[in-house]
Design a protein around this ligand. Structure first.
Ligand code: HEM
Length: 558
C-alpha cells in the first residue's frame, strides 16, 4: 500500500488517540473531562485560526453580505487572549470603523469585524433564501458572522462538552440533545470505541455488500423499466434507500427492505416520515437559528423541529426494541449471543437503554442523507468526467479485477476511489459548515471573539480557495494522491467530516459504504450522462440544497 495518506492518517491517529485518551487521574469526573478536553480545544483553536485566514483590515463602507466582497486576507496569527484582556470591548467598534489602534494595542472587537450585521443575515437567509446559496455566500464573504449571541439551541455545538441545551417535549431521558457534558462524552466514547477506525468498521463489509447486491439488482430493474434501457432517474432516491438500508443494517442489525421491489409498508411509512424530516431540515436549521426569545413569535419551526425529532425517536425505539427482544430470547434459550453494534452495546451495558435509543436515532438521522447526497454527487461527477471515471475504473480493474467483491481490506488497493470521495466532498461538502461555540475569550486574526460566540467554519470558503487547492474549481481526484513531498494538498482545507471530539462519528461507516459501492458500481457499469443530466445550477450545493434530481445512464460492462 503506497504511503500516500501518511500525513492524514497521522493526523487522524492523533485526533483519535486524543479522543480515546483516558486520564490517569480518574478520581474526579470533572478533572477527567478537563484533561481530556484540553488538547482538543487547543487543536480546534489552531484549526480555526488557520481556517479563518488572516486579519482583515476593516474597510469603511464595505462588508455587505455579498457586497463588494470582503478583502482576501493572508493567513492569520491565531493567539489566545492576553491575560487580563476580556470581552469588555465587545461592541466598542463598529462595522467599518477605523481600527482604534494598532495590533499592539490589543485586539479589535468582534463588532469591528467586517461582514454583515445580524439583521442583514436574517434578511439574507430568511427572505432571500440564503441557505440555497450558502456556497456562494461563503466564498464571497470571508467573515460569516453568526448571531454572535449565546443561547441554547438543539444539539448546540461546543468546543468541548459542558453546555446544556434545550429539549423537545418528547425527549427520552438520556437523549444526546440533553446530555451534552460528561454524559455526552461518555456515550461518545463508548460508540467511538466501536466505530472509530477503518478496521473497527471493516467487520461490516459483508452486511454492506449484501445491501450493495440488492442495490445493483435494483439498478437493473430500473434500467429495464427505462425507455432507453439505461437511464436511472433521480439517483438520489436510489442512494437514499441504499444509505438507509446500509446504516440500518449496521445500527439495528436488521434489514428494512428499502431496496425490495415491494417495500414493506412499515418501511414505506418510515421512508415517508424520514423524507418529511429531511424536507424539514431547512426548517430545522431555521429553528436552530431562532433565538429562544423569538420562539413565541415564530413558533412553527421549533414545533416542527420537535415533532420530527420525536417521530424519529419513536421509529428508532421500535427497531432497537425488536432487536433487543431477539437477543433476549436467544439468551433465554441459553444460546450464546454474538452480533454487531447494537448487540455489543446491549451486552456491554455501558449505555442505558435510553442512551442506546438516543444514539441510534441520531446516527440514523445523520447517516442517511449525508451518505446519499455524497454518492449522488460522486456519480454525477464521474458521469460528467469520463476521463476520470476511466482512470478510476482502470485502477479497480488492475488491482481488484472486475468480478471480485471488495471488502474493507481491498480499499487501500484502490487509492483513487478514496481520492474520488475526498474530491467529491471537497466540491460538495454536504454540510456547509461546522458550528462551534467558543468556551473562552479568544483572539483570532486580531479580533477578540468573546466566550459564548457562535462561529462557523465555512467549508466552501476553504475548499474552493486556490491557495489551498490549486485550480480549486476543477474536479481532480488525483490531487489527493501524493506522489512526492512537494505535491501536497492542504488537509485542513477540506474537513467535510468536521474535526475534533465532535467530529462525525459515522465517518468510517460512511466511507466504507461509499468506497465499496463505488467499486462495485464501476465494476458493473459505465456511468454516463443522459439527455436528462443537467449541469449543476449555481444554486445547487450540499445537503441543504439538493437542487433537483440527478439522472444518469448506467451502461452494462458485463
Ligand atoms: C458522507 C457522509 C457524511 C458526512 C459528510 C458527514 C459529516 C458530518 C459533519 C460535518 C458533522 C459535524 C462535525 C463537526 O461539527 O465537527 C457530522 C456529525 C455527525 N455525524 Fe456525520 N457525516 C456523514 C455520515 C454519517 C454517518 C453514516 C453517520 C452514522 C452512522 C453519521 C453520524 C453523525 C453523528 C451522530 C454526528 C453528530 C456528532 C456530534 O454531534 O457529536 N454521519 N457529520
Amino acid at each position: 500500500m503506497p504511503r500516500r495518506y501518511e500525513f492524514e492518517e497521522a493526523l487522524l491517529e492523533h485526533v483519535e488517540a486524543e479522543q480515546r485518551a483516558t486520564p490517569k487521574d480518574n478520581s474526579s469526573p470533572n478533572k477527567k473531562i478537563a484533561s481530556n478536553n484540553q488538547p482538543t480545544q487547543t487543536d480546534a483553536m489552531a484549526l480555526l485560526a488557520r481556517i479563518l485566514k488572516a486579519p482583515v483590515s476593516p474597510a469603511p463602507g464595505r462588508g455587505g453580505f455579498l457586497g463588494a466582497g470582503a478583502p482576501r486576507p493572508s493567513r492569520p496569527e491565531g493567539a489566545r487572549l492576553p491575560a487580563g484582556a476580556r470581552a469588555e470591548d465587545k461592541g466598542a467598534g463598529r462595522r467599518g470603523a477605523p481600527r482604534a489602534g494598532s495590533q499592539a494595542e490589543g485586539p479589535r472587537s468582534l463588532a469591528a469585524m467586517p461582514g454583515p450585521r445580524t439583521l442583514a443575515n436574517l434578511v439574507e437567509f430568511f427572505w432571500k433564501d440564503g441557505f440555497s446559496r450558502i456556497h456562494e455566500i461563503q466564498t464571497e464573504t470571508w467573515w460569516l458572522r453568526c448571531s454572535g449571541q449565546r443561547g441554547p439551541r438543539p444539539r448546540e455545538p461546543t468546543w468541548g462538552p459542558g453546555r446544556s441545551t434545550d429539549t423537545c417535549e418528547g425527549d427520552p431521558p438520556g437523549s444526546s440533545r440533553r446530555e451534552e457534558g460528561e454524559q455526552w462524552l461518555k456515550m461518545r466514547r463508548v460508540l467511538r470505541q466501536r466505530i472509530l477506525k477503518p478496521r473497527d468498521v471493516a467487520i461490516f463489509s459483508s452486511e454492506i455488500n449484501q445491501v450493495i447486491a440488492d442495490l445493483i439488482k435494483r439498478i437493473y430493474v430500473l434500467k429495464s423499466q427505462a425507455e432507453d434501457g439505461e437511464t436511472v432517474t433521480n439517483v438520489n432516491d436510489l442512494f437514499f434507500k441504499y444509505s438507509m438500508e446500509g446504516v440500518a443494517t449496521i445500527l439495528y442489525e436488521s434489514r428494512l427492505g428499502c431496496l425490495e421491489d415491494s417495500i414493506p409498508q412499515a418501511t414505506v411509512d418510515y421512508i415517508e416520515a424520514l423524507g418529511l424530516m429531511f424536507s424539514m431540515f431547512k426548517t430545522s436549521m431555521y429553528a436552530g437559528a431562532i433565538p429562544r426569545w423569538l420562539r413565541p413569535f415564530i413558533p412553527k419551526p421549533w414545533r416542527e423541529f420537535c415533532r420530527s425529532w420525536d417521530g424519529l425517536f419513536r421509529f428508532s425505539q421500535i427497531h432497537v426494541d425488536n432487536k433487543l427482544k431477539d437477543i433476549q430470547s436467544h439468551m433465554d434459550s441459553g444460546e450464546s449471543v454474538r452480533g454487531g453494534l447494537l448487540t455489543c452495546l446491549f451486552l456491554s451495558q455501558e449505555l442505558t437503554l435510553e442512551e442506546i435509543y438516543a444514539n441510534m436515532t441520531e446516527m440514523l438521522l445523520a447517516g442517511v442523507d449525508t451518505t446519499s447526497f455524497t454518492l449522488s454527487w460522486a456519480v454525477y461527477l464521474l458521469a460528467r468526467h469520463p476521463e476520470v471515471q476511466q482512470m478510476v475504473y482502470q485502477e479497480i480493474l488492475k488491482n481488484l479485477g472486475d468480478r471480485h467483491v471488495p471488502t474493507a481490506a481491498d480499499v487501500p488497493k484502490v487509492p483513487l476511489v478514496r481520492a474520488l470521495l475526498k474530491e467529491t466532498l471537497r466540491l460538495f461538502p454536504v454540510l456547509p459548515g461546522n458550528g462551534r461555540v467558543t468556551q473562552e475569550d479568544l483572539v483570532i486574526g486580531g479580533y477578540l471573539i468573546p466566550k459564548g460566540t457562535q462561529l462557523a467554519l465555512c467549508h466552501y470558503a476553504t475548499s474552493y480557495a486556490d491557495e489551498n487547492f490549486p485550480r480549486a474549481k476543477e474536479f481532480r481526484p488525483e490531487r489527493w494522491l501524493r506522489k512526492g513531498r512537494l505535491d501536497r494538498v492542504d488537509n485542513f482545507g477540506s474537513i467535510p467530516f468536521g474535526y475534533g471530539v465532535r467530529s462525525c462519528i459515522g465517518r468510517r461507516i460512511a466511507e466504507l459504504e461509499i468506497h465499496l459501492l463505488v467499486i462495485q458500481l464501476l465494476q458493473h457499469f459505465e456511468i454516463k450522462t443522459s439527455s436528462w443530466t443537467k449541469a449543476v445550477p449555481a444554486k445547487t450545493h450540499g445537503l441543504l440544497t439538493p437542487g433537483g434530481p440527478i439522472h444518469v445512464r448506467f451502461v452494462n460492462r458485463k
